[in-house]
Design a protein around this ligand. Structure first.
Ligand code: ADP
Ligand code: MG
Length: 312
C-alpha cells in the first residue's frame, strides 16, 4: 500500500526534528492561522543564569546566605529558574540546607521549610496588581508575602528595584517577609527571530508572546524577536484565556512548562519544546520539537499544508 500523505508528512517532519503524535495532529498543524508563543524555555534557551543576588538590608542575610535559602527551597523543582538558582549556589561552593514540605505552584514559584522557616521563591508581585496596572511595569515591585497572599490579590510591601533589571526578578521571602531578590537572564534561542518571521508569513498574522514573567523581561525578548503583541504577568489560566480570545482563529501555541499545559490543550494545535520541556507539556502537546530547533515548527506547518493539498 502507498503511505497516506499525512503519514508521509509525519515521517518527513520527524527528519526535521518535530515528532507529530498523530495524523489528526498533523492535519491540525496545517489549519493554523495564528500563533502564540511562551517566552522562557521556548523563545529563550531555558537555561538562565543568576546575574545578581540582593539581600534586603536589615534581613541579616549576606549574598551567600540568601542564595543558600533560595537554592535549598528550589532544589526539588524542575523549573528552569530553580535549576539556575541551584547552579549558582553550587558554583559558589555553597552547601544547601535540608528542605521539607516542598510545594511548587505553576506560574507562581516554590515554597519549602528550610531550617524551621517557610521559604518562598517566586514571582515578585501578585497577578491582580499586574492586571490593575494594565501590565505596565513601574520601578517598584509590590511583594506578595506568600503565595496565599498573592492568590488573594493583596499587594505586599514595596521594595525598590534597580532600573538595570530587564531580565527575570524573583523574590525570596522568609516566613512571609521579603529577604531578598535574585535577578536572572536567559539567552534567546538563535533561531527565534527567523522563526517568528516565518510563522508570521505563514499565517498572515503577527505572533503573540504569552508569559508569566514581568512586562520588562517580556519586552526585552519581544524586541529581539520582532514580536509586537506582548502579554506579560500571565498565570496558566490567563494563557488559556489569551488563546481562546482569538476565537475566530486556529491558534498554534508553543510552550515548554507545566504552566503552559492548559494553553497547549486549549489551542487548535500545541507544540512543546522537547529538551527543556516538562513531562506534562510533552504529554499534552500535539507535537514535540525534539532537538529544540525552532525552525522545525514552520517546517512542520508547511509539510502539513502540502499533505492536505494531496489529500483534498
Ligand atoms: P513563563 O510563562 O515565562 O514560562 P512561568 O509561568 O513558569 O514563566 O513563571 C512565571 C513567573 O513565576 C516567573 O517569571 C517567576 O517570577 C515565577 N516562578 C515560577 N516558578 C518559579 C520558580 N521555581 N522559582 C522562582 N520563580 C518562579
Ligand atoms: Mg516556559
Amino acid at each position: 500500500a502507498t503511505m497516506p500523505p499525512l503519514l508521509c508528512a509525519i515521517a518527513t517532519a520527524g527528519r526535521h526534528g518535530v515528532l507529530v503524535k498523530s495524523a489528526l495532529a498533523m492535519e491540525r498543524l496545517g489549519e493554523i492561522d495564528a500563533v502564540a508563543l511562551d517566552k522562557t524555555g521556548t523563545l529563550t534557551e531555558g537555561a538562565p543564569e543568576v546575574t545578581a543576588v540582593r539581600p534586603v538590608p536589615g534581613s541579616g542575610l549576606d549574598e551567600g546566605a540568601l542564595l543558600v535559602l533560595a537554592a535549598s527551597a528550589e532544589h526539588p523543582s524542575e523549573h528552569p529558574l530553580a535549576r539556575a538558582v541551584v547552579a549558582a549556589a553550587r558554583a559558589r561552593g555553597l552547601r544547601f540546607a535540608p528542605a521539607a514540605d516542598f510545594t511548587a505552584k505553576p506560574g507562581h514559584g516554590v515554597s519549602a521549610v528550610v531550617d524551621g522557616h517557610v521559604i518562598t521563591v517566586g514571582r515578585p508581585r501578585p497577578p491582580a496588581d499586574v492586571a490593575s496596572r494594565g501590565g505596565s511595569d513601574a520601578g517598584v515591585v509590590a511583594l506578595p508575602a506568600s503565595h496565599a497572599e498573592a492568590d488573594a490579590g493583596a499587594a505586599g510591601r514595596p521594595v525598590p528595584r534597580t532600573e538595570a533589571d530587564d531580565g527575570t526578578v524573583v523574590l525570596v521571602a522568609r516566613d512571609g517577609t521579603p529577604v531578598g531578590t535574585l535577578a536572572l537572564t536567559d539567552r534567546l534561542r538563535p533561531g527565534a527571530p527567523r522563526t517568528v518571521a516565518a510563522l508570521a508569513a505563514l499565517t498572515g498574522a503577527s505572533p503573540a508572546l504569552l508569559t508569566g514573567d514581568s512586562p520588562r523581561a517580556a519586552a526585552r525578548v519581544a524586541t529581539a524577536t520582532g514580536i509586537t503583541d506582548v502579554r506579560a504577568g500571565l498565570l496558566p489560566q490567563d494563557k488559556v484565556d489569551a488563546v481562546l480570545q482569538l476565537a475566530d482563529r486556529n491558534v498554534l501555541f508553543v510552550g515548554d512548562g507545566v504552566n503552559d499545559a492548559p494553553a497547549l490543550a486549549a489551542a487548535h494545535a500545541g507544540i512543546a519544546m522537547g529538551r527543556a520541556g516538562s513531562d506534562l507539556a510533552l504529554e499534552t502537546a500535539d507535537a514535540v520539537v525534539v532537538r529544540d530547533e525552532l525552525a522545525a515548527i514552520p517546517a512542520a506547518v508547511r509539510l502539513s499544508r502540502a499533505a492536505r493539498r494531496l489529500v483534498a
